[in-house]
Each structure stands twice: as C-alpha cells, then as structure tokens.
Design a protein around this ligand. Structure first.
Ligand SMILES: Cc1ncc(COP(=O)(O)O)c(C=O)c1O
Length: 453
C-alpha cells in the first residue's frame, strides 16, 4: 500500500505556481491515447500519470501536484524543464526563422558544431546534426563502414543504441528487439559490468576478460576485420552498468587492431552528466573516433549529432546525403543555449557534487535495506539494482515496480532499467539541489521499507 499522507517526507519549497490546467481530463487523454495511439506506447505506473507542466527539476500533473523528476524525460532534460534561457532562445529563433534546411547558410549550425569541437579532444571537430540518438548511431556505423571498407560491427551485450532497424541491431536486450529484420553484421561482446558478469574474478579481471572477448568474437564471427566497436561509456537502459577502468583502453586497442573505428555513444553520458568529465569516455582514458550524442544536448528539443574527424566525415561526401531537420535553426539555438547553460549554471560541477551526495546516501541505504543489491554510476547517472536475494542476486522486478509506485505517491518520479527491469535509474535534471537529494533519499528509504514488507 502507498504510504499514508502523514508519513510523506516534505518536498523542498519551490517558488513556482503552475498554470491552472484547463485541457481534457486525464481519463479523456487516456481513452484517446488507447484508441488512437500505437499500442506499443507504454506508460509507467498502475495509474498512468499525466504531466502538463515542468519547471527546472520539477514536473506538475493536471491537478497542480508537484513531483521531483529524477528521470529527466529519460535523461534528456539536462539543464532543467523549461529552463528560461533555453526557452528564450528557442522562442526567439522560432519567431525569426524556423526552418530552411542546410541548403542555405545560417549561422546556427556551424556555431553549434564549433562549440562541440571546443569540448572534444583535438581532431574530433566535424559534426553532422540529426534528430535522434538512433539516427546518430545509424550514421556513425554507416560512416565507419564506408571509411574502413569493413562491414562487421562489435557492440556490447546489455547495451542500448536505439530502435530504428539498424540501431535495433546494435541494441542488446531481447525486450527491445522486435522479431523482424534488424541491422545485420552486428556481434555482441560480453558485458564487462561485474555485478552480473558470468566471468569470475575482480572487476579488473572481468574487464580484461570481457575486452579479450572482443578479439575472440572478431576472430570467430567476422572475416577478421571490423568496421567499428560501439559502446556506451556507462550503459543507461541496461541499468547504469559500467566496467572497471581498464576495459575501454583494451577494448579500443583490440578493435583498432582489427581495423575498426571506436564509436562512443554519449547519448546519455554526455554534457557533464557524469560529473568529473564533460564526456563519459573521458572517465576511462580513451579517445573515440566517432562520438554520437542526443537527449541532453537539446534539453527536450529533438536534436542529435555525430562528431568525428574530418577524414572520416568525408566518406559521406561521395554521394548526396541529406537530413531535412538536421541542423535546423531552432534545434541549433536550443543546443547552443544548453551548452552555455551547462557552463553558466555550473551544472557539471553540480552533477559531481550532488551525484556524490546522492551516491553516498544510496550506499548508506544499501547498508540498511536487503532489497538493495548494488549501487553504481557516476555523477547524476546513478543506478540502484534491487534484488530479491542478495546471495543469488535474483532480480526484484516486482518490488522495483512497487518502489516506483511508493516513490510516486510521495512525489518522486524514478526511472527503471536493466534486462529484468530491476534497476532504479536516477538521472535527474542537473539543476537539482542538496535539499532535493536529501528529500529523495528520505523517500527512497521509506519506499524500500514498504517494498520489503
Ligand atoms: C545510449 C543511447 N543511445 C541511443 C539511444 C536512442 O536515442 P533515440 O531514442 O533518441 O533514438 C538511446 C535512447 O534511450 C540511448 O539511451
């Protein structure tokens, strides 16, 4: 049963009055959605939540009830819902020029490309803008194949790279793979994350053996040459999983030995979210050949990008290649505003400091709740794996749903992931405060207690 009102921890004060909602009722929206939307679309919670307004780290339902958003529109709202600067820039651009495509010059696109280059390691300075993470990964793989002349791609088990046919082939969860033709010539190497690895040993040994598996896979399952190795620095949908620091250096070395380019999928880990670094790959001491981005770059505006070296990018120029909305002025204005806000509002530092506070608190809760099997992640990209039994690590899938319900009843929205859906994903807008973190920990403590009963 959800907590009683008397037991609900107090949400930090916030100076924003949501507008009075006058649209169709929640029931009407639900009925219309059930009738007219594709049935594949799913909602969280037994009673689907309707959200009609957002402000910074908070969301509001149609009754005006406020929620602390710890999932950020699936790790997309980097600066905060309706951040005033992003909204102002988007509005200004929408009123001036919304769309022409890249067949004409406009300052927005090269400005954002230059800004991205300024954040990248030297040489990674040419960007192609698209609209979604799936598109970005499709394009990255296409470029890698053209550049290397090879076809096979190595991805990592438990990874998620999108839902387009080609990105679905890269994705490695049967739950996200429709039983139809998907991007072929993809092979999935062992996941280096220690908690569920079938390999024994220390995290470093598991990382080394998992990297070695890439070489095995190439020798046994490909012609011996590959186009690319693609991986998320920290797997997001997979349940905030990552490897010991020795994994990526070795994985990249092996991929390159067999002719492959290394693609870092920064769709979730980019733009300061991991706290210490602007890009996730920087935490692991490697430099990719291609970087794909989406989600946080737009703070909610559909925007994605592929950054690489000029000689790799040039392979697309051998034919016409075009993307109608890629680089459109409104998305570019949003992207530039987002990158400025991350600097001006100190969001990467916030991710580092508050991510530490949150992680320390979660580790304390792990000591008090048998439901918590593992706490992991960096900055404001954290995961809490819930288990029915710590010894067997049996996934606590039902309890995870209950924790989500309990947290919602106390005003907190969480994400979940992992193949068994038993990992809480905590990835809030990077503008959250220390008071929000303490409130979240209080709520989680009570939610765990309720789910353990
Ligand atoms: C790491 C990663 N790559 C790619 C994608 C696909 O992005 P999109 O949903 O914008 O196509 C996602 C989406 O969740 C993701 O998490």
């Amino acid at each position: 049963m959800p907590q009683t009102l008397a037991a609900i921890p107090r949400m930090p004060a916030f100076d924003h009055q949501p507008r009075r909602y006058t649209g169709p009722s929640r029931e009407e929206v639900l009925a219309a959605r059930s009738r007219y939307a594709n049935p594949a679309l799913f909602t969280f919670y037994r009673e689907p939540l309707m959200i009609v307004e957002g402000k910074m780290q908070y969301l509001f339902d149609e009754t005006g009830r406020r929620y602390l958003d710890l999932f950020a529109g699936i790790v997309t709202v980097s600066c905060g819902h309706c951040h005033p600067k992003v909204v102002a820039r988007v509005r200004e651009q929408t009123e001036t020029l919304q769309h022409t495509t890249t067949i004409y010059l406009h300052p927005g696109m090269p400005r954002l490309a230059e800004k991205l280059a300024s954040k990248m390691p030297p040489g990674l300075d040419v960007t192609y803008f698209v609209n979604s993470g799936s598109e970005a990964n499709d394009l990255a793989v296409t470029m890698a194949r053209l550049y290397t002349g090879n076809t096979d791609v190595i991805a990592v088990r438990n990874g998620y790279h999108g839902g387009s046919p080609s990105a679905m082939g890269l994705t490695s969860h049967h739950t996200w793979k429709l039983p139809t033709l998907q991007g072929p010539y993809v092979h999935h190497a062992l996941c280096p994350e220690p908690y569920r690895s079938s390999l024994g040993g220390t995290p470093e040994q598991i990382a080394a053996a998992s990297a070695a598996d890439i070489g095995e896979l190439i020798r046994y399952s490909t012609p011996g040459r590959i186009a690319a190795f693609i991986a998320e620095p920290i797997q997001g949908v997979g349940g905030v999983t990552s490897a010991a620091p020795n994994y990526f250096r070795e994985a990249y070395r092996i991929a390159r030995e067999y002719g492959g380019l290394c693609i870092a999928d920064e769709v979730q880990t980019g733009f300061g979210r991991t706290g210490e670094q602007y890009w996730g790959f920087q935490n692991f001491g490697v430099v990719p050949d291609i970087v794909t981005m989406a989600k946080g770059i737009g703070n909610g505006v559909p925007l994605a990008a592929v950054t690489t070296r000029r000689e790799i990018a040039e392979v697309l120029a051998q034919r016409l290649h075009f993307n109608t909305f890629g680089g459109n002025p409104v998305s570019m204005a949003a992207g530039l505003a987002v990158m400025e806000v991350i600097e001006e509002d100190g969001l990467q530092r916030n991710a580092k400091v508050l991510g530490r506070r949150l992680r320390d608190g979660l580790e304390r809760l792990a000591g008090e709740h048998r439901l918590v099997g593992d706490v992991r992640g960096m900055g404001l990209m954290l995961g809490v794996e819930l288990v029915a039994d710590r010894a067997t690590r049996a996934p606590a899938t039902v309890e995870t749903l209950q924790v989500l319900e309990e947290a919602r009843s106390m005003g907190i929205l969480l994400g979940k992931g992992g193949l068994a859906g038993n990992v809480l994903r905590i990835k809030p807008p990077m503008c959250i405060t220390a008071e929000d973190v303490d409130f979240a920990l209080d709520v989680l403590d009570r939610a765990f207690t309720a789910a353990e009963r």
